[in-house]
Design a protein. Structure first.
Length: 445
């Protein structure tokens, strides 16, 4: 030991081989060297205290230390204390034994449950593997079905492209028809002004014709009266002539000549009256023919005026709808749609979720030239339809439609699509088909 603070172990040649106390303790234990035993190692301090002390108790303590009795006594006391503790522990363990046995049974049951659980887990793993393979098989079958569907969709796509080409031609034709309709509308407006003038002229002509008709009817009545008078006069002359003929054989020769002249004069008057009667009959027939022709012209002019007024009204309605559709998307569907939407908004407290529609009012087209093609592809029935959240709202909606359409006979009921609202927008951009031709979705904002 060097200075009481460290240890050094040296070899036979004087080299230091260790500096720890543990190495020293290991050597002392190996050779059973009792350093603290005064019988084996008596230090100067212990020797001095032993020699100068006359106290038997101190000498006895030295004896106890030298013979290790003190350590044995200490170990014995410690053993007794540990024995007491062990007995108490045994007693406590015995008291806990029933509980432990019960716990052991529970643990055995848990072990059995764990074993069953392990069996179930193994079975679950087996079933999971089988399920995975069945899913794989289903996916393979779905892939095959999807391939078939894809082939069908490709065929449909080809047909759709051909249809789109046809629709494009139809759209171009519709565009031309629209331009022609606008030209016709402009011409119609110009013609409407001319028709108004012509209408006034026809009204004046109608009044003149009615006046002529009245005059012709008056002349016909006069002719009829004259014919009746001529007939009566003719009958009187015939009666008188017959009377003269009956009395002629009684007349003398002088009177016979006078009567002959009178008969000739009367026959001449009768012939003139017959000619007048024939002329009056022909005039009557001509007047009646002219009256029928004038009446027919008047009827045709009235029909033409009504048709022209109807066309003017339709053109005015079309112009008004086209003008108002720029500011109100519902105007293009007609007045009945505006009344229907207003009624739904007024009675929105009856709905759980307010219906959305018409669908066409939510669609904005990027290029107006595709409007007709998109309308044909989607269908006007779908564009004028409504989206409804639930069947209760659908019944309320149909009741309101019936109420509104009573004022618009001939209008068909708008379609309704019932599906719960999700409250979010769908992103369909990633599902757009790849095509060199424009599609409906690519033309809609």
């Amino acid at each position: 030991k060097d200075g009481g603070s460290s240890y050094k172990l040296k070899s036979s040649s004087g080299h230091i081989v260790a500096t720890g106390k543990e190495e020293v303790t290991r050597i002392l234990d190996h050779f059973n060297i009792q350093v603290d035993n005064p019988v084996s190692m008596l230090s100067q301090d212990t020797s001095r205290n032993f020699l100068h002390s006359n106290n038997p108790s101190a000498k006895y303590k030295l004896f106890m230390r030298g013979t290790h009795l003190e350590q044995i006594a200490h170990d014995y006391a410690s053993a007794e204390e540990k024995q007491k503790l062990m007995q108490e522990e045994i007693k406590r363990k015995k008291s806990m034994l029933p509980l432990l046995q019960s716990r052991a049974k529970e643990l055995e049951e848990e072990v059995q449950d764990i074993e069953r659980l392990q069996n179930l887990e193994q079975k679950l793993q087996t079933l999971s593997k089988e399920l995975a393979w069945s899913v794989v098989r289903q996916m393979e079958q779905r892939a095959i079905d999807a391939g078939k569907v894809l082939q069908v969709e490709k065929t449909k796509l080809k047909k759709s492209e051909e249809k789109m080409v046809r629709l494009k031609g139809i759209q171009e034709k519709k565009k031309k028809d629209k331009e022609e309709a606008m030209v016709l509308l402009q011409e119609g407006n110009e013609e409407a002004g001319n028709i108004e003038k012509h209408k006034d002229e026809l009204q004046a002509k109608k009044r003149a014709i009615e006046k002529e008709i009245r005059e012709a009817k008056g002349k016909i009545m006069n002719i009829n009266r004259n014919m009746e008078a001529v007939r009566k006069e003719k009958k009187a002359f015939e009666d008188k002539l017959e009377e003269i003929r009956n009395q002629s054989h009684r007349d003398v020769a002088g009177e016979r000549e006078a009567h002959t002249k009178e008969i000739e004069r009367l026959q001449q008057q009768l012939k003139e009256l017959e000619n007048k009667l024939t002329t009056a009959s022909k005039d009557k027939m001509n007047k009646e023919t002219e009256l029928k022709a004038v009446s027919e012209d008047l009827r045709r002019n009235s029909i033409d005026m009504e048709q022209t007024q109807s066309q003017i009204k339709e053109c005015d309605d079309l112009l008004r709808r086209l003008s108002s559709s720029k500011n109100n998307a519902l105007s293009g569907f007609g007045r009945w749609m505006i009344d229907l939407v207003n009624t739904i908004n007024k009675q929105q407290h009856q709905f759980r979720c307010l219906p959305k529609g018409p669908i066409g009012s939510f669609i904005k087209v990027k290029d107006q030239k595709w409007c007709n093609a998109i309308e044909v592809a989607i269908g006007f029935g779908n564009l004028s339809g409504f989206l409804i959240d639930n069947h209760q709202d659908e019944r309320v909606f149909k009741s309101i439609v019936n109420q509104v359409l009573r004022n618009y006979p001939g209008k068909s009921h708008p379609s309704c699509i019932t599906s719960r609202f999700e409250g979010r927008l769908y992103n369909v951009g990633r599902n757009l088909p790849h095509s060199s031709y424009p599609t409906i979705m690519s033309m809609i904002e």
